[in-house]
Design a binder for this molecule. Structure first.
Ligand code: FAD
Length: 406
């Protein structure tokens, strides 16, 4: 039995263990992780790791010795399949039963897969784990044509890496613009244009019928209108399914994620949930119950749980932030643009450095900054303060955002 058992050795799980020790927690801690690797950063899997610009050792969240030195037991390569809240135990796929005092559920999600025919052919990839990325990288040599399904951040980043490798890439997005769920139209059009300028064949309103293959290997994507896009690789980036089944089977409240309160407590006693799988009321979304899929959210929720366990008072209310690297473009976002009713552009997208400021009821709720770190840094205070600034002033890129605080 361990005082704390953390399920999931990803961003949230790792940070929970780190923060517990930082907060002087001296009880026993075990982390159970399905992947065989020590905790590593996931964002590089569609960025510089995939581009072979960073090795696996360089994306580890901590060097191997760290966990030993902090007395954090790493039980890796094991999946938790059951939770017994009454007995305070979890069971693993290896048949082991492990007791806990308090449980931190930090399992993230599984990459959503296509449901159409051909989804299980060799050469069809999702990008969630190091193993996924390695499998994909192992097929790059000799591969000339790829189809990316999904115009979200992961699909776009993967497309950018493949284009950089000189591959022919078709990117299929079902909606009428890329990044439709997470950004305003101006940003979508900008990235659409950038990808086309780099040779990516971006298709909007694209409807996939099924995947075709020969001898178990993918050979093409058949569209609903009958067109066949021949390819040797398909990358599917269509979101995740939160990995919460054992918890909901044990009776935890939730739906699209495990429901948690301001301290990330689930409805089950002594069980917290954090990160991509945690359905929480977010103050930057007017208190709506949402899941936020970002490193910031996983880390900050982990910090709240560590503080709560060690007796400090903490509530999750951190400002959301996120980044995406594509080509030589560094996008940094702060706040959540959900439900915005106006957008102000700062700077000229044709210079490849500009920002979008999202407003709701005249208040600044979010910024998307492309190669514009100053706006990102200075805009944060506008978002946290819910500043009211006249759009004409916001749009004047000669006036720094820090001068617009009210
Ligand atoms: P994870 O980091 O996914 O960790 C969960 C772990 O739990 C996994 O190792 C999983 O195998 C394990 N697990 C699941 N179920 C079980 C079980 N039953 N038993 C044991 N172990 C289990 N965020 C950003 O902020 N910026 C970015 O640029 C960015 N880029 C990304 C690029 C890619 C390719 C991906 C996949 C994600 C990206 N993200 C980015 C999102 C970010 O990585 C996630 O939000 C973050 O990893 C969430 O942390 P987590 O702890 O909730 O889940």
């Amino acid at each position: 039995k361990f005082d704390i058992v953390i399920v999931g050795a990803g961003h949230g799980g790792a940070q929970a263990a780190i923060a517990l020790r930082q907060n002087k927690f001296d009880g026993t801690i075990a982390m159970i992780g399905e992947e065989p690797e020590l905790p590593y950063e996931r964002p590089p899997l569609s960025k510089d790791y995939l581009a072979r610009e960073r090795t696996f050792e360089r994306i580890l969240i901590r060097q191997p010795a760290f966990w030993d030195e902090r007395g954090i037991a790493m039980l890796l390569g094991q999946r938790v399949t059951g939770v017994d809240p009454d007995a305070h135990t979890v069971t693993t796929d290896g048949g082991e039963t492990i007791g806990y005092g308090q449980l931190i559920w930090a399992t993230g999600g599984a990459a959503r897969r296509l449901s159409c025919q051909g989804n299980d052919l060799t050469g069809v990839h999702t990008v969630r784990t190091r193993a996924d990325a390695d499998r994909m990288m192992g097929e790059l040599d000799g591969m000339t044509r790829a189809v990316v399904i999904g115009g979200g951040y992961i699909g776009l980043e993967a497309a950018a890496v493949l284009a950089k490798f000189g591959k022919q890439v078709v990117l299929l997005e079902a909606l009428d613009r890329v990044l439709a769920r997470v950004a305003g139209e101006e940003l979508s059009r900008f990235y659409e244009h950038e990808h086309r300028a780099h040779g990516v064949d971006v298709r909007l309103g694209a409807r996939v019928d099924h995947l075709e293959g020969a001898e178990g290997k993918v050979t093409g994507v058949r569209m609903v209108d009958g067109e066949l896009l021949a390819c040797q690789m398909v990358i599917v980036g269509i979101g995740i399914v939160p990995a919460i089944e054992p918890l909901t089977a044990a009776g935890a409240a939730g739906g699209n994620g495990v429901a948690v309160d301001g301290q990330c407590r689930t409805s089950l006693p002594d069980i917290f949930a954090i990160g991509d799988c945690a359905l929480h009321s977010n103050g930057f979304a007017e208190g709506a119950a949402i899941r936020v899929e970002s490193v910031q959210n996983a880390n900050d929720q982990a910090n709240v749980v560590a503080k709560t366990i060690t007796g400090a008072i903490a509530t999750y209310d951190a400002v959301p932030w996120f980044w995406s690297n594509q080509y030589d473009l560094r996008l940094q976002t702060v706040g959540l643009s959900i439900g915005y009713d106006a957008v102000v552009q700062r700077g000229d997208p044709s210079t490849r450095s500009f920002s979008l400021v999202y407003l709701k009821n005249d208040r600044v709720i979010a910024l998307d900054c492309v190669n514009a770190t100053k706006d990102y840094v200075q805009g944060r205070a506008l978002v946290t303060g819910g500043a009211v600034v006249h759009p004409a002033m916001l749009g004047d890129a000669t006036v720094p955002l820090k001068e617009m605080r009210v």
